[in-house]
Write a protein that binds this ligand. Structure first.
Ligand code: NAP
Length: 267
């Protein structure tokens, strides 16, 4: 217990929605002190979890946090950060974001934060569904963008290491390139399947079950998250064009096959 207390952190979470709450539960279990502020009044839930909820950002910033963890939607981060009285911060704090895109928060944080603040950009590549049975072997991507207080940053990373996450250090640019081709693509296909209204049938193949699961998991995430993956990842536009182009190629091959078949049957 003494070791846990020595390394425990005071973490202030900005944006106490689905993902902020999900992270807070594990941090509380590990013995960290959690504070939260959010657009919506989450004070009742916070009270149940043992989290201090701050309705106004000034008292939140004055609450002596070691770490301020940003878990707002991708689309609202700029507005949220710019509305905070950041000049009121009394101590050098580590700012961490968990957004599913990385270049956008990195650029924004470097632009709006006082120089004295450290910056760690992260993307836990899991959520309440995939991480519901623990975080073991799930990837945690991060870049130490501006870290001078190494021990404090290590204590924060330890939250994920100690749960067994696979720690992947990578630049924000590399993350966005890879995520556009993996995460954005799977969300886009999940949304297309949802638009088509696919449903489970009494004769599902394994592959079709995979598609139904993809549709369901995509729809569990907010549309804001999907829009953010597109609007704030400069590599996503190209992947959307690749998807359209590949769809056209597949259609052309199918049509070629159909007309060859028709010509053969005429012979
Ligand atoms: P989300 O829809 O991306 O974000 C919801 C959060 O954003 C809530 O806390 C909400 O505040 C806040 N918010 C939305 N619009 C706002 C506005 N106009 N002004 C102020 N606050 C606003 O859903 P999420 O799943 O909780 O994700 C949070 C962040 O974690 C996102 O950046 C996402 O990319 C990242 N992330 C999510 C997952 C996941 O599996 N869900 C995994 C990894 C990373 P209120 O609660 O106060 O309404």
């Amino acid at each position: 217990m003494a070791a846990a207390a020595a390394s425990s952190l005071k973490v202030g979470i900005v944006g106490f929605g689905t993902f902020g709450q999900f992270l807070a539960k594990t941090m509380i279990k590990q013995g960290h002190t959690i504070r939260a502020t959010s657009r919506t009044d989450h004070s009742h839930l916070c009270h149940q979890l043992g989290v201090s909820f701050f309705g106004d950002t000034l008292s939140f910033l004055e609450a002596d946090n070691d770490v301020i963890l940003l878990s707002t939607s991708i689309l609202s981060l700029s507005e949220v950060l710019r509305s905070m009285p950041l000049h009121c911060l009394k101590r050098r704090t580590l700012f961490v974001d968990v957004l599913s895109v990385k270049e956008h928060p990195r650029n924004l944080l470097l632009q709006v934060l006082p120089e004295a603040m450290d910056v760690l950009c992260t993307h836990p590549m899991f959520g309440p569904e995939s991480g519901k049975n623990g975080w073991k072997d799930l990837p945690f991507v991060y870049e130490k963008v501006r870290v001078r207080d190494e021990p404090r940053c290590s204590r924060f990373l330890q939250i994920f290491e100690s749960e067994g996450c696979r720690m992947v250090e990578m630049s924000c640019e590399e993350h966005d390139k890879l995520a556009a081709r993996s995460q954005f693509l799977s969300h886009a296909i999940g949304r297309i399947l949802s638009e088509m209204g696919i449903e489970s049938t009494s004769m599902n193949t394994k592959s079709f079950e995979t598609l139904v699961k993809l549709k369901e998991s995509t729809n569990n995430d907010s549309f804001d998250l999907f829009s953010g993956l597109f609007i704030h990842n400069r590599f996503a536009q190209q992947e959307l064009m690749n998807l359209e182009h590949s769809f056209e190629m597949v259609k052309q091959r199918l049509r070629r096959g159909t007309s060859e078949e028709q010509n053969l049957s005429k012979v």
